[in-house]
Design a protein around this ligand. Structure first.
Ligand code: AVI
Length: 375
C-alpha cells in the first residue's frame, strides 16, 4: 500500500491506497472503473500480469470475450470493456451531447442541493465515491462539506489514471483531503469503513446512473452489499436516470453525430488491438433498442452480413449470420418510486429525492437503516 501523505491534500497528487491481489470474483463484477473519465490504467492488480486499457488483465478480458462470443443464442460482451482510453474519451464526448442529458442533469441536481445533502449528514462526516468521476459532481458536495468541517474524500476506482485526474480536479477545495482508493467499489468501501474514526458518518456517492448498467437483481444485490459495508445512519446518494419518452431515450443512445456508435464499435476495435482480433468495423453497425418489459435501453452491435471473426488471443473463431447481434450494454431506467422500493429492500430508507426539470433524472438520499426494525 502506498502510504498516505501526512497533511491535507493541497497538492495535485493525493495518496492512492492500493492493495494488490485482493480482487474477489463478486467484487470484480462491481469493480469496473468510474464511468466518467475512465482513462488508461496500468498495474491496477496483482503484479506481473499483462494489462490492457482500463486496468483489466488481458487474461480476464480474453476469457470474457471467449465466453460472451461463444454463447449459443444471443452473443454478448460485457460493457465494462468499453472504458479503455479511447472509450473513456468517447464517453466524455457523449456526456456533452445535446441528446444525452443524463450527466448534466446529475450535476445540476447535485449542485443545486449540495448544501441540503450535506446538512442531512451529521458531523463529522467522510465522503466515499464509487467511481472517481470527472470531479465535477462531488465538487459541490465537498465544497459545502469543507465549509462546515475539515473533511476526507475517498474516490474509489480501479483506474489509477482516473483517480489521479479526479484528485487533480478536486485538489483545490479548501479543507478537503483526498485519498484515492485503487480498488473495486465494494472492497474500497470496506477499506474506507475500516478507517472511519469513532462517531464519523460516511456519505457514499454513487452517481451517474451507473447502477442502471447492472442487471436489476444484480444492482439491488450491489446496493445490499453497499449497505452491509455501512453502519445504520450512514448515507448513500444514488443517481438514477428516469424513464422518459421512448424517442428521447433512443436518441440519447443513438445520437446523429455517431459518437455513441463509435463508443460501442470501439469495443470491437479494442478486441482487435488487445487480443489480435480481425473484426472489420465497416461490417458492423450500432443499434440502440428500448426493451418495454425490462424498461431498459439495450445497445447491440449488428453484423451487416455473414462473416467469420478470429480472435487468436482469446482462442475463438466465431461465425455470425447477417443481422445477428452482439449485446453490449443495458441501461435500465427508473421511476422515483422504484428507486425508493429497491433501496428499501437493500436496507435503506429513502429520505429525500430531487429531480431535474430539463432531463428526468433522480438523486435519492438514502439512509442505512438498522436490520433490526425494533431498534
Ligand atoms: C455509464 N452509464 C451510466 C452510461 C449509460 O447511460 O448507461 C453509459 C452509456 N452508454 C451509452 N451511452 C452512455
Amino acid at each position: 500500500m502506498i502510504p498516505e501523505p501526512a497533511g491535507a491534500s493541497s497538492h495535485a497528487w493525493a495518496a492512492i491506497a492500493y492493495r494488490p491481489g485482493q480482487r474477489s470474483r463478486d467484487n470484480d463484477r462491481f469493480g469496473y472503473p468510474s464511468c466518467m473519465g475512465k482513462q488508461e490504467a496500468r498495474g491496477a492488480g496483482s503484479g506481473g500480469e499483462a494489462r490492457g486499457g482500463g486496468g483489466v488483465s488481458l487474461r480476464e478480458f480474453a476469457a470474457d470475450v471467449r465466453a460472451g462470443l461463444s454463447k449459443q443464442g444471443q452473443r454478448e460482451l460485457p460493457s465494462k470493456y468499453f472504458y479503455d482510453e479511447v472509450g473513456s474519451a468517447l464517453f466524455e464526448a457523449i456526456s456533452v451531447l445535446p441528446e444525452y442529458g443524463l450527466t448534466r442533469a446529475d450535476e445540476r441536481i447535485v449542485r443545486a442541493h449540495a448544501d441540503e445533502i450535506v446538512s442531512r449528514v451529521p458531523s463529522p462526516a467522510i465522503v466515499a465515491e464509487l467511481g472517481s468521476g470527472s470531479g465535477r459532481k462531488p465538487r459541490w458536495i465537498l465544497g459545502s462539506l469543507g465549509r462546515r468541517e475539515p473533511a476526507v474524500y475517498y474516490p474509489i476506482d480501479i483506474s489509477p489514471a482516473a483517480l489521479a485526474r479526479c484528485e487533480w480536479e478536486l485538489s483545490r477545495i479548501p479543507s478537503v483531503r483526498i485519498i484515492g482508493m485503487l480498488n473495486p467499489y465494494l472492497e474500497g468501501l470496506k477499506e474506507v469503513a475500516s478507517r472511519r474514526k469513532d462517531g464519523q458518518r460516511i456519505l457514499v456517492l454513487f452517481l451517474g446512473s451507473t447502477i442502471g448498467n447492472f442487471d436489476r437483481p444484480v444492482g439491488e444485490q450491489f446496493l445490499g452489499q453497499v449497505r452491509s459495508a455501512l453502519l445504520p445512519g450512514d448515507a448513500l446518494l444514488l443517481g438514477t436516470d428516469l424513464e422518459k419518452p421512448i424517442p428521447q431515450m433512443l436518441a440519447a443512445y443513438d445520437d446523429p453525430v455517431g459518437v455513441t456508435a463509435a463508443f460501442n464499435l470501439n469495443l470491437l476495435a479494442r478486441i482487435n488491438r488487445e487480443l489480435g482480433g480481425d473484426f472489420d468495423l465497416r461490417r458492423w453497425r450500432h443499434a440502440a433498442r428500448w426493451d418495454e418489459q425490462q424498461r431498459r435501453i439495450e445497445m447491440h452491435l449488428v453484423s451487416q452480413e455473414r462473416q467469420t471473426v478470429r480472435i487468436p488471443r482469446a482462442g475463438v473463431e466465431v461465425s455470425f449470420r447477417q443481422d445477428e447481434t452482439i449485446w453490449t450494454e443495458n441501461s435500465h431506467k427508473y421511476t422515483p418510486d422504484l428507486v425508493a422500493s429497491m433501496a428499501q429492500r437493500a436496507g435503506f430508507r429513502c429520505e429525500a429525492q430531487w429531480s431535474d426539470e430539463e432531463w428526468p433524472f433522480a438523486e435519492s438520499f438514502l439512509i442505512a437503516i438498522s436490520p433490526d426494525p425494533s431498534r
